[in-house]
Design a protein around this ligand. Structure first.
Ligand SMILES: Nc1nc2c(ncn2[C@@H]2O[C@H](COP(=O)(O)OP(=O)(O)OP(=O)(O)O)[C@@H](O)[C@H]2O)c(=O)[nH]1
Ligand SMILES: [Mg+2]
Ligand SMILES: [Zn+2]
Length: 323
Protein backbone atom coordinates (compact mmCIF):
# COMPACT_ATOMS: atom_id res chain seq x y z
CA UNK A 1 0.00 0.00 0.00
CA UNK A 2 1.42 3.35 -1.05
CA UNK A 3 1.37 5.96 1.67
CA UNK A 4 1.62 9.73 1.30
CA UNK A 5 3.92 10.91 4.07
CA UNK A 6 2.30 14.34 3.91
CA UNK A 7 -0.59 12.72 5.76
CA UNK A 8 1.91 11.99 8.53
CA UNK A 9 3.21 15.54 8.74
CA UNK A 10 6.05 15.38 6.20
CA UNK A 11 8.10 18.57 5.89
CA UNK A 12 10.54 19.36 3.08
CA UNK A 13 13.35 19.95 5.60
CA UNK A 14 13.43 16.22 6.26
CA UNK A 15 16.38 14.84 4.36
CA UNK A 16 17.90 11.56 5.50
CA UNK A 17 21.54 11.14 4.46
CA UNK A 18 20.74 7.60 3.30
CA UNK A 19 18.03 5.01 3.66
CA UNK A 20 14.30 5.46 3.46
CA UNK A 21 12.42 8.19 5.29
CA UNK A 22 9.77 7.15 7.78
CA UNK A 23 7.98 8.28 10.92
CA UNK A 24 7.66 6.22 14.08
CA UNK A 25 4.02 5.50 14.82
CA UNK A 26 4.50 3.07 17.72
CA UNK A 27 7.30 1.82 19.95
CA UNK A 28 7.30 -1.26 22.09
CA UNK A 29 10.17 -3.18 23.65
CA UNK A 30 12.97 -2.49 21.22
CA UNK A 31 10.79 -2.63 18.14
CA UNK A 32 8.90 0.11 16.37
CA UNK A 33 6.30 0.47 13.68
CA UNK A 34 7.56 2.96 11.15
CA UNK A 35 5.39 4.35 8.40
CA UNK A 36 7.18 4.88 5.11
CA UNK A 37 5.98 5.56 1.58
CA UNK A 38 5.94 1.77 1.08
CA UNK A 39 3.74 1.05 4.07
CA UNK A 40 4.27 0.31 7.75
CA UNK A 41 7.49 -1.55 8.56
CA UNK A 42 8.31 -3.44 11.73
CA UNK A 43 11.74 -2.19 12.66
CA UNK A 44 14.31 -3.22 15.22
CA UNK A 45 15.03 -0.04 17.07
CA UNK A 46 17.96 -0.52 19.31
CA UNK A 47 20.12 -3.61 18.97
CA UNK A 48 22.77 -1.91 16.88
CA UNK A 49 22.59 1.44 18.52
CA UNK A 50 24.85 2.27 21.41
CA UNK A 51 23.29 3.58 24.60
CA UNK A 52 24.39 7.14 24.05
CA UNK A 53 22.61 7.38 20.72
CA UNK A 54 19.20 8.85 21.24
CA UNK A 55 16.43 6.33 21.63
CA UNK A 56 13.72 6.76 19.01
CA UNK A 57 10.27 7.82 20.22
CA UNK A 58 6.84 8.08 18.63
CA UNK A 59 6.78 11.08 16.32
CA UNK A 60 10.43 10.79 15.35
CA UNK A 61 11.41 10.96 11.73
CA UNK A 62 13.94 8.26 10.94
CA UNK A 63 15.96 6.77 8.10
CA UNK A 64 15.44 3.05 7.62
CA UNK A 65 17.93 0.65 6.07
CA UNK A 66 17.54 -3.06 5.42
CA UNK A 67 20.12 -5.39 6.89
CA UNK A 68 20.39 -8.83 5.24
CA UNK A 69 20.43 -10.57 8.65
CA UNK A 70 18.52 -8.30 10.99
CA UNK A 71 15.87 -6.93 8.68
CA UNK A 72 14.85 -3.30 8.84
CA UNK A 73 16.91 -1.07 11.12
CA UNK A 74 16.83 2.54 12.17
CA UNK A 75 19.90 4.02 10.59
CA UNK A 76 19.37 7.54 11.83
CA UNK A 77 16.96 9.55 13.96
CA UNK A 78 16.57 12.86 12.16
CA UNK A 79 17.00 16.11 14.05
CA UNK A 80 13.88 16.77 16.11
CA UNK A 81 11.89 19.97 15.64
CA UNK A 82 10.87 19.73 19.29
CA UNK A 83 10.14 17.22 22.04
CA UNK A 84 7.74 16.77 24.92
CA UNK A 85 9.91 15.60 27.81
CA UNK A 86 9.81 14.99 31.51
CA UNK A 87 12.25 13.87 34.16
CA UNK A 88 12.67 10.12 33.86
CA UNK A 89 10.53 8.64 36.64
CA UNK A 90 12.91 5.73 37.32
CA UNK A 91 16.17 7.63 37.00
CA UNK A 92 15.77 10.95 38.73
CA UNK A 93 18.66 12.56 36.89
CA UNK A 94 17.91 12.10 33.24
CA UNK A 95 15.43 13.39 30.74
CA UNK A 96 12.82 11.16 29.19
CA UNK A 97 11.50 12.20 25.83
CA UNK A 98 7.84 11.22 25.57
CA UNK A 99 7.11 12.20 21.98
CA UNK A 100 8.83 14.23 19.27
CA UNK A 101 7.89 16.67 16.51
CA UNK A 102 4.62 17.87 17.99
CA UNK A 103 2.57 20.87 16.83
CA UNK A 104 -0.03 20.91 19.57
CA UNK A 105 -0.28 19.38 23.03
CA UNK A 106 -3.72 18.66 24.49
CA UNK A 107 -3.71 18.39 28.27
CA UNK A 108 -6.71 16.14 28.88
CA UNK A 109 -8.47 16.09 32.22
CA UNK A 110 -11.65 14.38 33.39
CA UNK A 111 -14.12 16.57 35.26
CA UNK A 112 -15.14 13.53 37.35
CA UNK A 113 -12.14 14.06 39.62
CA UNK A 114 -10.25 16.97 41.17
CA UNK A 115 -7.29 18.52 39.42
CA UNK A 116 -4.70 19.60 41.97
CA UNK A 117 -3.29 22.95 40.84
CA UNK A 118 0.28 21.73 41.31
CA UNK A 119 -0.31 18.88 38.93
CA UNK A 120 -1.83 21.15 36.30
CA UNK A 121 1.11 23.54 36.62
CA UNK A 122 3.52 20.67 36.03
CA UNK A 123 1.59 19.50 32.98
CA UNK A 124 1.59 23.07 31.68
CA UNK A 125 5.34 23.41 32.14
CA UNK A 126 6.03 20.17 30.31
CA UNK A 127 3.66 21.06 27.49
CA UNK A 128 4.86 24.64 27.08
CA UNK A 129 8.49 23.62 27.27
CA UNK A 130 8.02 21.77 23.98
CA UNK A 131 7.29 25.02 22.18
CA UNK A 132 4.14 23.48 20.68
CA UNK A 133 0.71 25.08 21.02
CA UNK A 134 -1.06 24.03 24.20
CA UNK A 135 -4.76 23.56 24.90
CA UNK A 136 -6.66 22.02 27.79
CA UNK A 137 -9.51 19.62 27.06
CA UNK A 138 -11.87 18.89 29.94
CA UNK A 139 -13.82 15.68 29.40
CA UNK A 140 -16.88 14.13 31.06
CA UNK A 141 -18.82 17.38 31.34
CA UNK A 142 -21.90 15.14 31.53
CA UNK A 143 -20.73 13.85 34.91
CA UNK A 144 -20.67 17.16 36.76
CA UNK A 145 -23.42 19.57 37.68
CA UNK A 146 -21.56 22.76 37.13
CA UNK A 147 -18.38 22.67 35.11
CA UNK A 148 -18.11 26.45 35.00
CA UNK A 149 -16.63 26.76 38.47
CA UNK A 150 -13.94 24.17 37.79
CA UNK A 151 -13.21 25.88 34.52
CA UNK A 152 -12.74 29.23 36.24
CA UNK A 153 -10.30 27.69 38.72
CA UNK A 154 -8.32 26.10 35.92
CA UNK A 155 -8.39 29.29 33.88
CA UNK A 156 -6.80 31.17 36.78
CA UNK A 157 -3.85 28.79 36.73
CA UNK A 158 -3.57 28.24 32.99
CA UNK A 159 -3.39 31.91 32.06
CA UNK A 160 -3.73 32.40 28.32
CA UNK A 161 -4.29 28.71 27.56
CA UNK A 162 -7.50 27.90 25.68
CA UNK A 163 -9.82 25.53 27.52
CA UNK A 164 -12.36 23.25 25.85
CA UNK A 165 -15.03 21.12 27.40
CA UNK A 166 -16.41 17.94 25.88
CA UNK A 167 -18.94 15.35 26.80
CA UNK A 168 -18.43 12.12 24.93
CA UNK A 169 -21.13 10.08 26.56
CA UNK A 170 -23.02 7.87 24.12
CA UNK A 171 -23.38 9.40 20.71
CA UNK A 172 -23.91 13.00 21.75
CA UNK A 173 -20.27 14.14 21.37
CA UNK A 174 -20.87 17.62 22.73
CA UNK A 175 -18.04 20.10 22.24
CA UNK A 176 -16.13 17.80 19.90
CA UNK A 177 -16.36 20.14 16.91
CA UNK A 178 -14.38 22.90 18.61
CA UNK A 179 -11.63 20.45 19.54
CA UNK A 180 -11.56 19.07 16.03
CA UNK A 181 -11.11 22.59 14.67
CA UNK A 182 -7.84 22.86 16.61
CA UNK A 183 -6.27 20.07 14.58
CA UNK A 184 -4.76 21.38 11.36
CA UNK A 185 -4.18 19.21 8.32
CA UNK A 186 -0.79 17.52 8.60
CA UNK A 187 -0.35 18.76 12.17
CA UNK A 188 0.63 16.44 14.99
CA UNK A 189 -1.28 16.55 18.26
CA UNK A 190 -0.14 14.70 21.39
CA UNK A 191 -2.65 13.99 24.17
CA UNK A 192 -1.28 14.05 27.71
CA UNK A 193 -3.05 13.43 30.98
CA UNK A 194 -3.74 11.09 33.84
CA UNK A 195 -5.00 7.57 33.38
CA UNK A 196 -8.76 7.59 33.00
CA UNK A 197 -8.85 11.19 31.80
CA UNK A 198 -10.45 10.10 28.55
CA UNK A 199 -7.58 10.51 26.09
CA UNK A 200 -8.31 7.35 24.13
CA UNK A 201 -12.06 8.05 24.21
CA UNK A 202 -11.40 11.51 22.75
CA UNK A 203 -9.21 10.02 20.02
CA UNK A 204 -11.90 7.48 19.14
CA UNK A 205 -14.47 10.26 18.90
CA UNK A 206 -12.15 12.31 16.68
CA UNK A 207 -11.39 9.43 14.30
CA UNK A 208 -14.95 8.16 14.33
CA UNK A 209 -14.29 4.55 15.33
CA UNK A 210 -12.92 2.46 18.20
CA UNK A 211 -9.28 2.75 17.21
CA UNK A 212 -8.03 2.73 20.80
CA UNK A 213 -9.02 0.57 23.74
CA UNK A 214 -10.63 2.49 26.58
CA UNK A 215 -11.14 1.42 30.18
CA UNK A 216 -13.52 2.06 33.05
CA UNK A 217 -12.23 4.16 35.93
CA UNK A 218 -12.38 2.89 39.52
CA UNK A 219 -15.68 3.79 41.12
CA UNK A 220 -14.24 5.24 44.35
CA UNK A 221 -11.42 7.60 43.51
CA UNK A 222 -12.07 7.71 39.75
CA UNK A 223 -8.51 6.65 39.05
CA UNK A 224 -7.91 5.05 35.68
CA UNK A 225 -6.54 1.56 35.15
CA UNK A 226 -3.71 2.41 32.78
CA UNK A 227 -5.52 0.96 29.80
CA UNK A 228 -3.24 2.51 27.17
CA UNK A 229 0.28 1.15 27.55
CA UNK A 230 2.03 2.36 24.41
CA UNK A 231 2.40 5.72 22.78
CA UNK A 232 0.77 5.42 19.41
CA UNK A 233 0.05 7.60 16.41
CA UNK A 234 -3.17 7.51 14.43
CA UNK A 235 -4.50 9.57 11.52
CA UNK A 236 -7.66 11.60 11.81
CA UNK A 237 -9.89 11.37 8.74
CA UNK A 238 -9.83 14.74 7.00
CA UNK A 239 -6.24 15.40 8.11
CA UNK A 240 -4.32 15.62 11.34
CA UNK A 241 -2.17 13.22 13.31
CA UNK A 242 -3.06 12.18 16.85
CA UNK A 243 -0.78 10.58 19.43
CA UNK A 244 -2.36 8.66 22.29
CA UNK A 245 -0.17 8.22 25.36
CA UNK A 246 -0.42 6.14 28.53
CA UNK A 247 -1.70 7.97 31.59
CA UNK A 248 1.05 9.97 33.25
CA UNK A 249 1.67 9.21 36.92
CA UNK A 250 4.80 11.17 37.48
CA UNK A 251 5.02 14.69 36.11
CA UNK A 252 8.62 15.56 36.86
CA UNK A 253 9.81 18.65 35.08
CA UNK A 254 13.15 18.73 33.32
CA UNK A 255 15.30 21.65 32.20
CA UNK A 256 12.27 23.86 31.71
CA UNK A 257 13.28 27.22 33.13
CA UNK A 258 11.66 29.26 30.38
CA UNK A 259 8.43 27.29 30.47
CA UNK A 260 8.31 27.71 34.24
CA UNK A 261 8.65 31.45 33.84
CA UNK A 262 5.84 31.52 31.31
CA UNK A 263 3.50 29.39 33.39
CA UNK A 264 4.15 31.69 36.38
CA UNK A 265 4.20 34.88 34.34
CA UNK A 266 2.12 36.68 37.00
CA UNK A 267 4.69 36.02 39.73
CA UNK A 268 7.67 36.61 37.45
CA UNK A 269 6.19 40.01 36.62
CA UNK A 270 5.76 40.88 40.28
CA UNK A 271 9.29 39.73 41.07
CA UNK A 272 10.64 42.45 38.83
CA UNK A 273 9.49 44.94 41.43
CA UNK A 274 11.40 43.29 44.27
CA UNK A 275 14.13 45.51 45.73
CA UNK A 276 16.87 42.95 45.12
CA UNK A 277 17.53 41.42 41.73
CA UNK A 278 18.31 38.06 43.26
CA UNK A 279 15.40 38.15 45.71
CA UNK A 280 14.44 34.66 46.91
CA UNK A 281 11.02 35.98 47.99
CA UNK A 282 11.40 34.71 51.53
CA UNK A 283 12.56 37.22 54.18
CA UNK A 284 14.08 39.95 52.04
CA UNK A 285 12.88 43.50 52.64
CA UNK A 286 11.07 45.15 49.76
CA UNK A 287 9.90 41.85 48.30
CA UNK A 288 6.94 42.50 45.99
CA UNK A 289 5.79 38.89 46.17
CA UNK A 290 5.74 38.82 49.98
CA UNK A 291 3.84 42.12 49.99
CA UNK A 292 1.25 40.87 47.50
CA UNK A 293 0.89 37.69 49.54
CA UNK A 294 0.26 39.67 52.72
CA UNK A 295 -2.31 41.85 50.99
CA UNK A 296 -3.89 38.62 49.74
CA UNK A 297 -3.55 39.80 46.16
CA UNK A 298 -1.98 36.49 45.26
CA UNK A 299 -2.54 32.97 46.55
CA UNK A 300 0.28 32.02 48.94
CA UNK A 301 -0.01 28.38 47.90
CA UNK A 302 0.70 29.30 44.31
CA UNK A 303 3.81 31.16 45.48
CA UNK A 304 4.93 28.10 47.44
CA UNK A 305 4.47 25.82 44.46
CA UNK A 306 6.36 28.28 42.26
CA UNK A 307 9.30 28.47 44.65
CA UNK A 308 9.38 24.68 45.02
CA UNK A 309 9.44 24.17 41.26
CA UNK A 310 12.21 26.75 40.89
CA UNK A 311 14.17 24.87 43.53
CA UNK A 312 13.62 21.59 41.75
CA UNK A 313 15.17 22.94 38.55
CA UNK A 314 18.02 24.58 40.49
CA UNK A 315 18.86 21.29 42.18
CA UNK A 316 18.88 19.47 38.86
CA UNK A 317 21.26 22.06 37.48
CA UNK A 318 23.65 21.93 40.41
CA UNK A 319 23.67 18.13 40.24
CA UNK A 320 24.53 18.37 36.54
CA UNK A 321 27.43 20.65 37.31
CA UNK A 322 28.81 18.23 39.91
CA UNK A 323 28.68 15.22 37.60
N1 LIG B 1 -19.45 9.96 30.93
C1 LIG B 1 -18.34 10.13 30.23
N2 LIG B 1 -17.38 9.21 30.30
C2 LIG B 1 -16.26 9.41 29.59
C3 LIG B 1 -16.05 10.56 28.79
N3 LIG B 1 -14.82 10.47 28.23
C4 LIG B 1 -14.29 9.33 28.67
N4 LIG B 1 -15.13 8.67 29.51
C5 LIG B 1 -14.92 7.38 30.21
O1 LIG B 1 -13.76 7.46 31.01
C6 LIG B 1 -13.12 6.19 31.09
C7 LIG B 1 -11.66 6.31 30.80
O2 LIG B 1 -11.49 6.69 29.44
P1 LIG B 1 -10.17 6.36 28.60
O3 LIG B 1 -10.35 7.00 27.27
O4 LIG B 1 -9.84 4.91 28.63
O5 LIG B 1 -9.06 7.15 29.43
P2 LIG B 1 -7.51 7.33 29.08
O6 LIG B 1 -7.15 8.73 29.39
O7 LIG B 1 -7.23 6.86 27.72
O8 LIG B 1 -6.83 6.38 30.17
P3 LIG B 1 -5.43 5.57 30.09
O9 LIG B 1 -5.38 4.86 28.77
O10 LIG B 1 -5.51 4.61 31.23
O11 LIG B 1 -4.35 6.57 30.25
C8 LIG B 1 -13.89 5.28 30.13
O12 LIG B 1 -14.80 4.49 30.88
C9 LIG B 1 -14.64 6.25 29.23
O13 LIG B 1 -15.83 5.72 28.73
C10 LIG B 1 -17.12 11.53 28.74
O14 LIG B 1 -17.02 12.59 28.11
N5 LIG B 1 -18.22 11.27 29.48
MG1 LIG C 1 -5.98 5.47 26.99
ZN1 LIG D 1 10.95 39.04 46.16
Amino acid sequence: MKIDLHDYGYRPELEPSSGELGRIVRVDRGECDVVTAQGVLRVLSDSQRSQDVLAPVVGDWVAIVEDPDLGFLIHEVLARFNTVSRRDPSEQVIEQVLVANIDHVFIVHGLDRPLPPGRLERFLIIARDSGADVSIVLTKADQVQESLEIKTTIQAIAVGIPIFTVSLLNESLEGLGAVEDLIGIGKTVALLGESGAGKSTLINALVGHEAMTTGEVRTGDKKGRHTTVNREMILKPGGGILIDTPGVRSVGIWDAQEALERVFEDLEGLAEQCRFNDCMHSTEPGCAITEAKEKEEIDFRRVERYLALRNELEEQKSRDRKE
